[in-house]
Ligand binder design. Structure first.
Ligand code: PLP
Length: 420
């Protein structure tokens, strides 16, 4: 459920008409519904209510806007971060350091030190050497780093190849069959408190079976580690739940996910960490855009909108589908291709799609753009960086400015020797 709905023939985000935001802020613009974020955060938590000890670490990379983080901090969420920049955001939004998990396959020594000094609650190790280095860095500072070892369970998540992370040929985690040896070598080091294991097999999962298969392997590993004398108190089960992008998409409900987790983990006796991203953010945001031209094409016209692949990269990157909905639909439809102004054929949001009939100057939105949207935006083609707006009830605020090309040009220099 979300808070995007039609009222008086016009699309609203909560109680605010999209056209009002477009008039005040311009387009393209991301618009988030705070109430939808809250609701998704609550539904996910309720789905896990049968589990005894649960920590929720929102995967910031899905949508790192600090206003969004503020809302999720309010809902009791910590954060899963993959860079020191994301850690700074989580702290700036008021999340507690002990509620922050640091994931990522290429954490630098400088990042490990910054996170140690901030006192974050969990480092997810991606290779044995990282654990040894972290232990040393912590020990030198008189600290002990809480950590888990991320294992790669070699499970096919059945999702797009570019967001699949749990196959043995992927760059993530350590091979699950080598985890025991690594645990033996790392757990005794001063400077590290190796609490358990972590796994995350991919994103936009439409089926619980691969998650269940991965978790069962993790459960076997936990038993094996304990058998070898290790004290295991924490398991991080990652994120990955999919969201519906198209009408008719059916995704596992958080309650069904929670029921599966409860069944698989019932004898584990550990704290469970979860890292949901997309399932919280995806359907809490839209990208509003204005139609620039309707250009005749071979089979269908091209609806050229003022949003482009630099604002919403998912269609170009993952062939992703985003519903396109007119802000004031007439009831008529048309067959069209939808594209942005960027000089790349990949800057195409849809081909041969039946959409609300639109003409030059009309407003529309790409739906389900709250996750992996604004966060991936760039200034390619010297387009401004897309702004973000948050709505709650009848209020709205710009929560990220449009960054003009002039500002970006001002950060560039011509070297002395090229100056005339
Ligand atoms: C991206 C990521 C997540 C979140 O994935 P979603 O599919 O958005 O839930 C969680 N954990 C890790 C380690 C990630 O890299």
């Amino acid at each position: 459920m979300d808070h995007f709905h039609f009222s008086n023939g016009e699309l609203h985000v909560e109680d605010v008409p999209v056209s009002r935001i477009a008039a005040e802020v311009g387009t393209p613009v991301y618009i988030y519904s705070a109430s939808t974020f809250r609701r998704h955060a609550q539904v996910f938590r309720e789905g896990l209510s049968a589990l005894p000890r649960v920590h929720l670490a929102y995967a910031i990379k899905a949508n790192p806007n600090i206003a969004v983080l503020r809302v999720l901090a309010d809902e009791g969420y910590g954060a899963d971060v993959v860079s020191v920049g994301e850690m700074r955001r989580a702290l700036a939004a008021g999340m507690k350091p002990e509620d922050i998990v640091f994931s990522g396959v290429g954490k630098t020594r400088a990042e490990l030190v910054a996170a140690l000094e901030a006192g974050i609650g969990q480092f997810n190790l991606e290779l044995e050497e990282e654990g040894a280095v972290l232990a040393e860095l912590a020990h030198e500072r008189g600290l002990v780093a809480p950590a888990t070892l991320r294992v790669n369970p070699d499970v096919d998540a059945g999702t797009h190849a570019k967001i699949s992370t749990g196959r043995k040929e992927n760059k993530f985690g350590v091979p699950i069959d080598q985890a025991l040896g690594m645990f033996d070598r790392l757990a005794g080091l001063p400077g590290i408190d190796l609490k358990g294991v972590a796994c995350h097999i991919g994103s936009q999962l439409g089926d619980l079976a691969p998650l269940e298969a991965a978790y069962k392997r993790v459960g076997e590993l936990v038993a094996e580690l304990r058998g070898a004398g290790h004290r295991i108190t924490r398991v991080d089960l990652g994120g990955g739940l999919g969201v519906p992008y198209k009408p008719g998409d059916v995704m596992p409900a958080p309650a069904a996910y929670g029921e599966m987790v409860a069944r698989v983990t019932k004898d584990w006796d550990v704290e469970l960490m979860f890292e949901p991203g997309r399932v919280i953010a995806g359907n809490a945001g839209v990208l509003a855009t204005e139609v620039v031209w309707v250009k005749p094409g071979v089979a269908n016209p091209y609806v050229i909108v003022d949003a482009a692949m630099n604002d919403l990269m998912r269609p170009a990157l993952y062939d992703a589908h985003h519903d396109f909905v007119a802000v004031r639909p007439t009831g008529e439809t048309m067959m069209a291709n939808i594209a942005g102004p960027v000089c790349e054929t990949g800057d195409t949001f849809a081909m041969n799609r039946e959409i609300d009939a639109v003409k030059s100057g009309d407003l529309a939105v790409f739906r389900t753009a709250g996750a992996y949207g604004a966060t991936m935006a760039s200034t390619y083609n010297s387009r401004p960086l897309v702004p973000e707006v948050m709505v709650e009830g009848d209020r709205f605020a710009v929560v990220a400015d449009r960054i003009a090309a002039e500002t970006i040009i001002a950060a560039e220099r011509v070297p002395e020797w090229l100056k005339k």
